[in-house]
Design a protein around this ligand. Structure first.
Ligand SMILES: *Cc1c(COP(=O)(O)O)cnc(C)c1O
Length: 360
């Protein structure tokens, strides 16, 4: 068996030890005689798995007691609708910050439910930076302010938590949740699909402040009303049980590595290796402003795009896959989430140098 270095943006690489544990427990979880996939979600075995996953996530992120942690389905794109349905709370408008492909999708969906004020946009600069907080034109009557903390496609990440006063801050953290410590109390709501930095697709994480739930629009589907989900411990309907189990194993793995502080150090070291190299060469280039560069998704271009195919082929021959950039931006993208070892980035940089020496 050979495992590749998988630079996929999502679904993405998982820690190998997590996959090994899952394999070892596949047929018989802890003497239950069953696979986790075969368990009743209301049985004591699965309830213990879900409770432990939630407790670990709370511990890793230091989630305050007055926040609910919900395990939902539908991904971040469903949340683009579920957020306004739940968070408008009698108001009719919300502020959105436009920083790229994922914010654009959030904005478009929210427009079905409310008046969207795009309070700041990075569009004019080709989505290569985060508009400075001082330039945001916020509406004091907005129900919430929405940001995408890491634009997975453009490779643009917030390296600050914006102060938006008493209006709740809502963040799509699909692709940088658990990559570093955050202060959850600065947010009204955090959401994200699991398949980037947490576990398998199918699980959506929502962390929401207690006082913001219970006022969903009347037409909100019950399964998407945060109050219903919270009152039923995320088991109003059958939750994605196996995805929750794997997420729990990933949380254990993060804790064993030293928690989010250790993840932040590990991720900063990997990103620095790649960006420092990109800054020394004109053969490759990264379009993103230095202070907004993503530690999770590193987009870069070759000087001559006619070499792209040869680059991808050479990378594949060396065991590195999924480096092709998103179709909307072209070039390359290396996604280096928590589970990507430093060795993977070292191998990539070594290959980039070798390729430049041959073709530069
Ligand atoms: C991947 C991603 C999404 C889409 O998530 P789905 O689970 O496919 O709905 C949304 N936002 C961000 C920031 C993402 O990285």
């Amino acid at each position: 068996m050979t495992r590749v270095f998988n630079f996929s943006a999502g679904p993405a690489a998982l820690p190998e030890s997590v996959l090994q544990t899952a394999a070892a427990e596949m047929l018989d979880w802890h003497g239950s005689g069953m696979s986790v996939m075969e368990m009743s979600h209301r049985g004591k075995e699965f309830i213990s798995i879900a409770d432990e996953a939630q407790a670990l996530l709370r511990e890793l992120l230091a989630v305050p007691a007055h926040y609910k942690v919900l395990f939902m389905q539908g991904g971040a794109l469903a949340e683009n609708a579920i957020v306004p349905m739940n968070m408008l709370r009698g108001k009719t408008a919300a502020d959105y910050i436009d920083t790229g492909e994922w914010s654009k999708k959030s904005i478009k969906e929210a427009q079905k439910y409310c008046t969207v004020n795009v309070a700041a946009s990075a569009k004019a600069g080709g989505y290569t930076s985060i508009p400075p907080r001082a330039e945001w034109a916020l509406n004091p009557d907005a129900a919430y302010v929405h940001i995408c903390s890491n634009e997975t496609i453009g490779g643009v990440e917030y390296h600050f938590t914006p102060d938006v006063g008493s209006v709740p801050l809502v963040a799509d953290m699909s692709s940088d949740i658990l990559s570093r410590p955050i202060d959850v109390s600065r947010y009204g709501l955090i959401y994200g699909g699991a398949q980037k930095n947490i576990g398998p697709a199918g699980l959506t994480i929502v962390i929401v402040r207690d006082d913001l739930i219970g006022q969903a629009l009347p037409a909100t589907p019950s399964a998407f009303d945060y109050k219903t989900v919270a009152d039923n411990d995320s088991m109003f309907n059958t939750p994605p049980t196996y995805a929750i189990y794997i997420a729990g194993l990933v949380f254990q793995w993060i804790k064993a590595q030293g928690g989010l502080a250790a993840m932040a150090t590990h991720n900063a070291a990997k990103a620095a290796l790649l960006y420092d190299f990109l800054d020394t060469t004109s053969f490759y280039s990264c379009p993103v402003a230095r202070d907004c560069r993503s530690l999770m998704n590193v987009p870069f271009r070759l000087k001559d795009e006619k070499l792209d195919e040869a680059f991808l082929k050479g990378a594949k021959e060396r065991g590195m896959v999924q480096l092709k950039g998103h179709r909307s931006v072209g070039g390359m993208r290396a996604s280096i989430y928590n589970a990507m070892p430093l060795e993977g980035v070292k191998t990539l940089v070594a290959f980039m140098k070798e390729f430049e020496a041959q073709h530069g």
